[in-house]
Design a protein around this ligand. Structure first.
Ligand code: NIG
Ligand code: FE
Length: 391
């Protein structure tokens, strides 16, 4: 039998189970304990009622929450876009075209270089409390380059997304229809075995609504489930297409009409907001308040990528969402844990209740609110992933 460990003396425990503690969506339990058995949570509740265990960890009156579920990143890349960022901060606008720079560098990189980059950003994310992450291809744009990116990703996570439709490959820039044929044909066949999801960048300069529908529908026929980069840089059909196709998530959601908001609110498609992108492109913030008030489910994620959002820090995104997107600290913490899990259609992560994976973050703070209250401060003092302490 696997050994059991109790983490006790937790001042504030976020469980994301509204039947517990204060009965808020966070299910906040004061003076709490969590029991871990093997890779799972076995028990959560008040410290005084904790069952006997083999081992004991004293949280020292600090806060514990589920590990962050970062449901949107682009970590299979090589090269550097410092110059582009620097120019943008001197006034040049962001466009989808910068992706080409990363495509050239990624194609030129070896498998080992790609994997070394991925491993480095995952370690960075883990130190900041992320225990589940999704990541995408999309900087290869040939059958061989996309499928090898997915093979490398699949060695590190179950949440792998095929994004062959990031932009039209540079060598087919004059013939987008041929590129859509490639993505929905040979490239999809080679990539589907290594991925769970299919994504499209539905945007001016990338793919329009009809192309996106064709690509996602082809992916679905091969067993992949859709998620969409939708309404990031302009109004467009992405969000409504996501709802039409029952996509797990519509990501970005920066430019929304009332009809887009209503569509999200009356669906189970999660609106995943990525404030690192608006921060790093000096763009308008997505309006989380409007989405939550309408009844949509909101997730928060990093979008970590070398072009539009080169941060692996979920705490940073929480702070931005609270400061600039109208979210309360409780809503932002929920969105970065349970919300991310919903965006990946998972119920075994993003909550700390019996049966869930023992993925926990211990903060050097008495409350989860400090994630927004103390922006930029490295508050993560401990991370357990699958029941094992990693940080
Ligand atoms: O999510 N929107 C499309 N893809 C990325 C940007 C990629 C890049 O600029 O390299 C994003 O923001
Ligand atoms: Fe993205």
């Amino acid at each position: 039998m696997s050994s059991s460990t109790v983490i006790t003396n937790i001042a504030a425990l976020v469980t994301n189970d509204p039947s517990l503690g204060d009965h808020s969506p966070l299910g906040l339990v004061r003076d709490a304990a969590v029991v871990i058995e093997g890779d799972r949570v076995a028990w959560t509740g008040e410290s005084s009622k904790a069952p006997a265990t083999d081992n004991r960890v004293d949280a020292g009156g600090r806060a514990v929450l589920p590990g962050f579920v970062d449901s949107h990143s682009h970590l299979l890349f090589a090269g550097d876009r410092t110059e582009e960022f620097n120019a943008r901060m001197s006034g040049r606008p962001y466009s989808a075209g910068g992706i080409r720079t990363t495509v050239a560098a990624t194609r030129a990189a070896s498998d080992a270089e790609l994997e070394a980059g991925l491993t480095r950003y995952l370690a960075e994310a883990l130190r900041q409390g992320t225990t589940t992450f999704e990541t995408k291809s999309g900087y290869g744009l040939t059958t061989a380059d996309e499928s090898r990116a997915l093979r490398v990703a699949a060695r590190h996570t179950d949440e792998v997304t095929f994004l062959g439709a990031h932009i039209v490959a540079p060598e087919l820039a004059d013939d987008p229809a041929a590129y859509v044929d490639l993505v929905t044909g040979e490239m999809l066949d080679a990539c589907a075995p290594h991925a769970r999801w299919i994504d499209v960048f539905c945007e001016k300069g990338a793919f329009d609504g009809d192309q996106a529908r064709a690509i996602l529908t082809a992916g679905r026929a091969k067993g992949l489930h859709p998620r969409i980069h939708a309404n990031q840089l302009s109004y467009g059909p992405g969000v409504r297409l996501a709802v039409e196709l029952d996509a797990a998530s519509a990501d970005h959601c920066t430019h929304l009409t009332d009809a887009d908001v209503d569509a999200l609110a009356s669906s189970r498609t999660v609106a995943t907001l990525l404030p690192g992108a608006e921060f790093s492109t000096r763009a308008q913030w997505p309006d989380a308040r409007r989405l939550i008030d309408a009844g949509a489910t909101v997730a928060l994620s990093t979008d970590c990528n070398p072009g539009s959002s080169f941060t692996s820090s979920v705490p940073f995104c929480i702070a931005l969402a609270v400061r600039d997107m109208g979210m309360t600290p409780d809503e932002a913490v929920w969105a970065a844990t349970a919300g991310g899990a919903a965006a990946l259609r998972r119920d075994d992560v993003g909550r700390l209740t019996p049966g869930a994976y023992a993925d926990l973050t211990l903060l050097d703070a008495p409350s989860h609110v400090h994630l927004a209250y103390r922006p930029g401060v490295p508050l993560v003092a401990g991370v357990w992933r699958r029941g094992v302490r990693r940080v």
